[in-house]
Design a protein around this ligand. Structure first.
Ligand code: AMP
Ligand code: MN
Ligand code: MN
Ligand code: MN
Length: 280
């Protein structure tokens, strides 16, 4: 059974609609898919409806990926098996989306000073849902030929410390864990190896997350070295956390896809064995 517990739709910065996403997952023989859009649960209803309508074998897990701020790092906390109608969760996500709008306008102002005009308006139009992200900004810059590839938009303008970077006003980790658990969910640190932090900082992050009642680490990613997998699974075990896995799928691409190269090692406690595990 293939579990893919991290994926995006057009409700945030993914390029497939929820219907297209579940269809692709099913074709690729994924058995369990978590839809985890950035700061929104808006894609979940359409995903579930399509699975039921087409009687797909695929099982859906209701999820979300919440942006948080921790010592200047932007840490993503995935919530799995959440109740997407929980009122506190919804109101906190609403606040995050408002911060996204404010940040987007500030990023656009910074770009304007460099002679790159109206990026906010275009990014806002490109975003199908309520979540406007730096992915949309990068796509606008690429379309206009301001940069020659997607990554360059982050390297030159949008990445931390770059000329159009705006420090975001995200909630803290403790709050994210609390609202996920309140909504009946399981809190997971997304892609722990992608934060560009030292092992010392990473150890501190995981320790604090566990103290706040966090449940799991994303141990299995599509692209990582055996050493990275071992390092994260060892950290998870040290704090008695479960292990998750996910492709973080955004769009069809050569090097990544739904369900691709996802596995846990024997020492891991799979997150789907967590007592709170449930399907949508
Ligand atoms: P945001 O949530 O608005 O801060 O945008 C972050 C999103 O941009 C991530 O979820 C990725 O999908 C995408 N992204 C792509 N390349 C990078 C990068 N180098 N740094 C940060 N985000 C990136
Ligand atoms: Mn993203
Ligand atoms: Mn992420
Ligand atoms: Mn993601």
């Amino acid at each position: 059974m293939i579990y893919d517990l991290h994926s995006h739709t057009t409700a945030s910065d993914g390029s497939l609609t929820p219907v297209e996403l579940v269809t692709r997952a099913d074709v690729r023989q994924v058995g369990v898919l978590a839809v985890t859009d950035h700061d929104t649960v808006d894609g979940l209803t359409a995903a579930k409806r399509e699975i039921d309508l087409k009687k797909l074998k695929l099982k859906l897990v209701n999820g979300v990926e919440i942006s948080t701020k921790w010592h200047g790092f932007e840490i993503h906390i995935v919530g799995l098996c959440i109740d997407p109608e929980d009122s506190v969760l919804l109101s906190c996500l609403d606040t995050q989306l408002k911060h996204r709008e404010i940040r987007a306008q500030s990023m656009s102002d910074k770009l304007e000073k460099k002679g790159i005009e109206n990026v906010y308006q275009e990014a806002r139009e490109m975003a199908v849902g309520k979540c406007v992200s730096r992915t949309h900004f990068a796509k606008v810059l690429l379309q206009r030929g301001v940069v020659s590839n997607f990554d360059a938009a982050f390297k030159k303008y949008l990445g931390k410390g770059k000329s159009a970077y705006v420090s975001p006003n995200w909630m803290d980790i403790e709050t994210a864990v609390k609202i996920i658990k309140r909504a009946g969910g399981i809190a997971v640190i997304a892609h722990p190896i992608r934060y560009d932090m030292s092992n010392k900082w990473l150890a501190k992050l995981v320790a604090e997350f566990a103290e706040h009642g966090g449940d799991a680490l994303e141990v299995g990613l599509t692209q990582q070295s055996p050493n990275q997998r071992l390092h994260i699974s060892t950290l998870a075990n040290k704090h008695n956390l479960h292990s998750s896995q996910g492709s973080d799928f955004h769009a069809p691409a050569r090097w990544t896809d739904l369900g691709k190269s996802l596995y846990l090692t024997e020492q891991c406690k799979p997150v789907w064995q967590h007592p709170k595990w449930r399907y949508a």
